[in-house]
Design a binder for this molecule. Structure first.
Ligand SMILES: NC(=O)CC[C@H](N)C(=O)O
Length: 255
């Protein structure tokens, strides 16, 4: 199996190394046509404005949107999460292009500047249920975003506690955010929506390979769904004018 890794900027080498550790080839993607050769994609962390400028320069946005829209599995980490979000706040003046597709609002630098980067143990029972191991994982947050709001089809896989002060700094009341959304003082940091996975932190910088395995399981599932094994097709197998129902074989069919 091979997984595409958007290689414009940021931690794409680290994702490729993480994939290699579990025996999977990561293919660097820099051009729209290279996307046609892969059926899954990781958008790494980095700096989303710079990444967006490079994607614009290489005219990648239409191909990325088509890729996401076609239902192929895509995992965005950190800046990659921002790329996938339908809406981002805290952007630089003028904003930046997003690929979109993930029904959520993300705050670009929710946890503050580079100096406020941190690590914490996150509770991830859903990940442990699928991939085994402990019910927590190490979250490496580097100038990290956070998800403030999700749509009804988005499954929350991890959230994390934040202080009232952090909320106040990141979301001044003048932004019009309703306070009740954050009564538990928690923000969302990992989600899944169909074939889209997004994490605000960097699993590729840890030795825990469960997030990469989790994504690969999504890729496998998507492939199985795409195989029309139960579809019955009519063939005139014997040339006698009678259609006989038959499960399709892999093409070509030599019969
Ligand atoms: N580590 C990261 O990917 C940081 C993302 C950063 N907050 C951005 O806006 O791009």
């Amino acid at each position: 199996m091979a997984v595409g890794v958007l290689a414009l900027q940021g931690s794409y080498n680290e994702h490729i190394a993480a994939l290699r550790r579990i025996g999977v080839k990561g293919i660097e993607i820099r051009k729209a046509e290279q996307l046609r050769g892969v059926d899954s994609l990781i958008i790494p962390g980095g700096e989303s404005t710079t990444m967006a400028k490079l994607a614009e320069l290489h005219n990648l946005f239409p191909a990325l949107r088509e890729f996401v829209g076609s239902g192929k599995p895509v995992w965005g980490t950190c800046a990659g999460l921002i790329f996938l979000a339908n809406k981002a706040t805290g952007q630089k003046t003028g904003g930046q292009d997003l690929v979109g597709g993930l029904d959520c609002t993300v705050h670009r630098n929710f946890f503050g500047s580079q100096l406020q980067s941190f690590e914490m143990e996150l509770s991830v029972p859903k990940l442990a249920e699928k991939e085994g191991g402990t019910s927590t994982c190490r979250g490496v947050f580097i100038r990290a975003p956070a998800i403030l709001e999700v749509g009804p089809n988005v499954e929350v896989i991890a959230d994390c506690p934040v202080s009232s002060e952090q909320l106040k700094v990141a979301i001044p009341t003048s932004d019009g955010q309703e306070e009740k959304e954050f009564t538990n003082n928690r923000v969302i940091v990992a989600v899944k929506q169909g074939n889209l996975l997004a994490t605000a932190f960097h699993p590729e910088l840890t030795s825990d390979s469960r997030w990469h395995r989790y994504f690969l399981a999504m890729v496998e599932e998507a492939k199985e769904e795409a195989t029309p094994s139960e579809v019955m097709v009519k063939y005139d197998l014997y040339g006698d004018g009678n259609d006989r129902a038959k499960k399709p074989y892999d093409l070509p069919i030599f019969e």
